[in-house]
Write a protein that binds this ligand. Structure first.
Ligand SMILES: O=C(CO)[C@@H](O)[C@H](O)COP(=O)(O)O
Ligand SMILES: [Fe+2]
Length: 228
């Protein structure tokens, strides 16, 4: 079992005028990585930021924090090199946004980034499976992508369970509506990379929320290894 529990706050719901400071605050509160949501107003009905912002964040918060770029964009091929140059660590693209996932995976690796592959709620996990052996992380969306603060879709959990059963050492991320109320379901299903936006960022005590989420996942991983 090669995977470990990691919590990656999504800073989408934070004060965007203070994004660098918000990223630092999350790292100081125990985040393992930062999940940065890129939206182009086409793949999803919302716009956030692109590689110029990532470059500024990298300069401002230093080389260490891991940047998981959640690319909710229509032409993910277009931003691989700019994101790599800006300092992105992982490029997580949507399966629905490309006709040639194999080539895109290769380009991302050649650019020096890790590869994440995301599926929207309407996409089956069987469509992702052929690529699972070539990626570093699978992202199962637990809301329709586009906005923070939505309700967790529990009916996505069978996808996570199936992926965990088929790919025991793959990093599996969940994203959307994940917080103290939904983390047990995610952890039991086998997710180990946890994106949490509003539940962490809007909390009076983000450190405690991050610690809680992480402990639940650690316990589920330990239980899974004992059951084997
Ligand atoms: O990608 C997305 C939304 O499209 C997410 O990363 C959300 O921004 C997470 O925020 P919460 O649902 O946890 O508030
Ligand atoms: Fe996201």
């Amino acid at each position: 079992m090669a995977y470990s529990a990691k919590i990656g706050p999504s800073v989408l719901s934070s004060d965007l005028s203070q994004l660098g400071r918000e990223c630092e605050r999350m790292m100081e509160c125990g985040a393992d990585y930062l999940h940065l949501d890129v939206m182009d107003g086409h793949f999803v009905p919302n716009i956030t930021f692109g590689h110029p912002m990532v470059e500024c964040l990298r300069h401002s918060i230093g080389p260490d924090p891991f940047f998981d770029m959640h690319m909710m964009v229509s032409r993910p091929e277009q931003w691989v090199k700019p994101m790599a140059a800006a300092g992105a660590s992982q490029y997580t693209f949507h399966l629905e946004a490309t006709t040639n996932p194999g080539n895109l995976i290769k380009e991302i690796r050649e650019s020096g980034m890790k590869v994440g592959l995301a599926i929207k709620p309407g996409t089956t996990v069987e469509e992702l499976a052929p690529w699972a052996g070539q990626i570093d992380m699978a992202l199962v969306m637990t809301v329709e992508p586009g906005f923070g603060g939505q309700k967790f879709m529990e009916d996505m959990m069978p996808k996570v369970s199936w992926l965990r059963s088929q790919f025991p050492s793959l990093d599996i991320e969940v994203d959307g509506g994940v917080g103290p109320d939904s983390i047990h379901r995610c952890a039991e299903a086998g997710a180990n990379m946890i994106v949490s936006g509003s539940a962490v960022v809007s909390s009076d005590d983000p450190r405690s929320v991050i610690a809680l989420l992480k402990n639940v996942v650690i316990e589920a991983i330990q239980k899974r290894s004992l059951d084997r």
